[in-house]
Design a protein around this ligand. Structure first.
Ligand SMILES: Cc1cc2nc3c(=O)[nH]c(=O)nc-3n(C[C@H](O)[C@H](O)[C@H](O)COP(=O)(O)OP(=O)(O)OC[C@H]3O[C@@H](n4cnc5c(N)ncnc54)[C@H](O)[C@@H]3O)c2cc1C
Length: 407
């Protein structure tokens, strides 16, 4: 029997295993016996695929409002700060943990933190080495199906693997991500069925379908019944089914069917109507005749985008532009509206919303209040964050707190 069984060899599970051993050694004790159970044939795959293979592992400006449950996040973040008092930490306790393991990192725009080597594999390397050194047992290609808590005090958790094998451990840690399910624990703990978020959106695609794979720099807002709920700036990628890109991923965390994504293709222009009026005047002078509607858009947006803007307004590109058409084009350039129909491609979503309700757990340890000895981490909890390193930060933060407390 092991002291600790960790289910899931991804971000939170690996951090938890290393932190438990690190804390035991710091306290002058020998590391606990840990088994890490992973369904795929290798540990750390979610880390390797993160950040386009570069692993945006944390952010220099972590703040509770980047998460769906700011209060819950703040409670865990405060606990993490308290428990890491005295440990060197240059930006936040998660970064401090990786620095102790030898990771050198760099900051990119918007506070995104990446390994200096620019490869996710080095983040995995610094986690994997201590696991080997501390003798953590790793069992890959083993799918956990059910976790049964102890029936009596001082008894053990029973972990049921696919194929019928049983494992026993004094403590169990669920670190299996957002899509793994509840392992039968939903009978004991509040659990919300997870749905994929932080991904592309499916929208009315009459005008986006012909723009598949075209990128525009713009501002994107999410509107509900005319009210602006959120705004993001950056690159939007048109897809056959709708829109994608980091801005859209972030808006997808709030979007519902019936909302509208409004693209402003002239995001720095305070008065697009004045701009289009003056373009009409200037181009008329330069060309010695009024420009066509298409020519009025030329130089402002890509030709394919111009085609769809004209089509959406029912304007002929070759027709001579007028004050009226310039006004309508200005309106459309600053408000290209796409009604939201849902998530575009769930396989591209980066996290799940839902899982075990955080308030059923002690924020200091991530131990279930009603099931002593059971800890739940990372995406398996009902917490998701924006793009920018916030989700891995959460996974590592919960892994550290649980690991330190288990030691
Ligand atoms: C393409 C992509 C890119 C991303 N990039 C970033 C990024 O750059 N920055 C960022 O902050 N976030 C990013 N994320 C999100 C981030 O990867 C997750 O939020 C984070 O990995 C969650 O950590 P976790 O430990 O909860 O789960 P995971 O890291 O997903 O680990 C769960 C592990 O459990 C295993 N498992 C599942 N079921 C079982 C089972 N039944 N038995 C045994 N093992 C099981 C899985 O195989 C997996 O290895 C990205 C996500 C995706 C999909």
């Amino acid at each position: 029997m092991h002291d600790i069984a960790i289910i899931g060899g991804g971000a939170s599970g690996l951090a938890c295993a290393v932190a438990a051993c690190e804390a035991a050694l710091r306290g002058g004790r020998k590391p606990p016996s840990i088994i890490l159970i992973e369904v795929t044939e290798k540990i750390g795959r979610p880390i390797l695929r993160s950040g386009n293979g570069r692993c945006n592992f944390s952010n220099a400006h972590i703040h509770p409002h980047a998460y769906n449950d700011p209060q819950g996040f703040a409670a865990v973040a405060e606990a993490l700060e308290r428990h890491s008092a005295g440990l060197p930490s240059s930006v936040n306790p998660v970064v401090g943990f990786f620095e102790r393991l030898g990771l050198i990192w760099r900051e990119e725009p918007e506070g995104r933190l990446y390994p200096l080597a620019n490869k996710a594999s080095v983040v995995l390397d610094v986690l994997r080495s201590p696991l080997l050194r501390f003798g953590v047992e790793v069992r890959c290609s083993a799918a956990v199906e059910r976790i049964v808590p102890p029936k009596a005090q001082h008894s053990h958790f029973t972990i049921h693997l696919r194929g019928g094998e049983l494992m026993r451990a004094r403590k169990a840690v669920v670190a299996a991500g957002g899509a793994a399910g509840a392992f039968g624990l939903e009978e004991l703990l509040p659990y919300v069925q997870p749905v994929p978020v932080l991904g592309p959106l499916m929208t009315d695609n009459r005008f986006t379908r012909p723009l598949d794979n075209v990128r525009v720099r713009c501002s994107a807002s999410l509107l509900r019944q005319g009210e602006r709920l959120a705004e993001e700036r950056g690159e939007v990628l048109f897809r056959k089914y709708g829109v994608s890109g980091i801005c859209i991923f972030n808006l997808s965390r709030l979007a519902q069917q019936g909302d509208v994504i409004r693209l402003d293709l002239l995001p720095d222009e305070a008065d697009p109507w004045a701009l289009m009026g003056s373009r009409l005047k200037t181009l008329s002078q330069v060309m010695a005749k009024a420009p066509s509607n298409y020519e009025l858009l030329q130089g402002a947006v890509l030709p394919l985008v111009a085609d769809q803007i004209l089509k959406s307004l029912g304007l002929e590109g070759a027709q001579e532009a007028t004050r009226e058409s310039a006004t309508r084009l200005a309106e459309r350039l600053s408000a290209f509206d796409l009604p939201v129909q849902g998530i575009g491609d769930a396989s591209l979503c980066q996290v799940h919303r839902g899982g075990f309700a955080l308030d059923a757990f002690d924020p200091e340890t991530l131990e279930a209040k009603e099931v002593p000895g059971l800890h739940v981490l990372g995406e398996a909890l009902d917490m998701d964050g924006a793009c920018g390193g916030f989700n891995l930060h959460w996974a590592f933060a919960t892994g550290l707190l649980a690991g330190w407390s288990l030691a």
